[in-house]
Design a protein around this ligand. Sequence first.
Ligand SMILES: Cc1ncc(COP(=O)(O)O)c(C=O)c1O
Length: 393
Amino acid sequence: MAGRGNAHPLMRNNIVRDDLDHVIEYLSKPDPRLTQGANVKAFEEEWSKWLGVKYSVFVNSGSSANLMSMSIIKNLYGDGDVIVPPITWVSDIVAVLHNQMTPIFVDINPRHLGMDNDSVIDSLTEKTKCVFLTHVQGFNGLTRRLLDELERRGIPLVEDVCESHGATFDGQRLGSYGFISNFSFYYAHHMSTIEGGMVCTNNEDVYQMLRMYRSHGMVREIENETTRDHYASEFPDLNPDFIFAYPGFNFRNNEIGAIIGRNQLKRLDNDILKRSKNHNLFISNLNSKRFRTNFLLDGSSNYAFNVILNEPDIGLRDRLEAAMEQSNIEYRRGSAGGGNQVRQPYLRAIVDAGDWLKYPEAEHIHFFGWYVGNYPDLSEDEIRRLCRVLNEV
Ligand SMILES: Cc1ncc(COP(=O)(O)O)c(C=O)c1O
């Protein structure tokens, strides 16, 4: 449920006139290529440079990025457990399930909404094949202790950065720490290519696999000629143009998305600065006796304001939702993913009813947490008005 009006929507102006003008200019050329081409390649290179990784692969959504990363983890590390948070987007868990791996849930840390890193370490076993960590709502979810422990044990980290473009840990951008990292460019995020996502890595073999997984598992996607030739000589009965090395997908994006993405990337850092300024103003105007304001803000990059009650109070919750609707403030209860994933029916085959109570911090967000939009062109007055509505209920 959310407010229906537009006084304070979840997102606004995320694709601007200038982005569209760039598309129109391209479309005005004689015979412009629209399917994946030079702009996609250029966007991937520019993104890699911005993020501080060697390789990026542009795909059609953050969910496709999730599915590809888990497919590659399964391919390289085999069957087993993947550590996941109960507060994340559904496609993170679904990516694990579609690869016949087992999601092991770890509760979140209330100060950054991502998995509590010490609890992640406590939950690692011989069966753990991967830690699939979500940086929730622009907050950094990493600690040095976790990174060191994963490195020591040789367990790969996959970072879901779909909600946290530009956030940093220790001065380095999130998404540059993981073995693989995923971004979304869905409309409601820090930047948008209409629909879209990026998968990033520093590992050249993984990069070539990602290219193949994006395009039906096709060997001709490999950029290295020697490897392509190797496949051709190993499978002489196959047409080299149609060797399918992996059970891949068609997750390609297109030139229009890439043109918008390239144009948006130019203003991303500036937009992040504006959003961070908004976020600070929001936090400092919110009544800390009623709402959580003690988030770990170091390096954060928030496209949303988190409104989380300090105490569970159903009456206050209902009054707050009524006040937001009355004031046309659009909101999502349960943070970006709709709350505790463990409660969702798609998990009922593998999680017993009632198991969701094992994750009390996620439960609190499920019932007493919301997010509302934070975009670069929000005015100070709008932020103060929002805080007034929330504080005065
Ligand atoms: C944490 C997280 N992961 C993955 C996704 C999926 O991204 P997309 O909507 O591009 O499929 C989202 C989407 O909102 C998300 O919030």
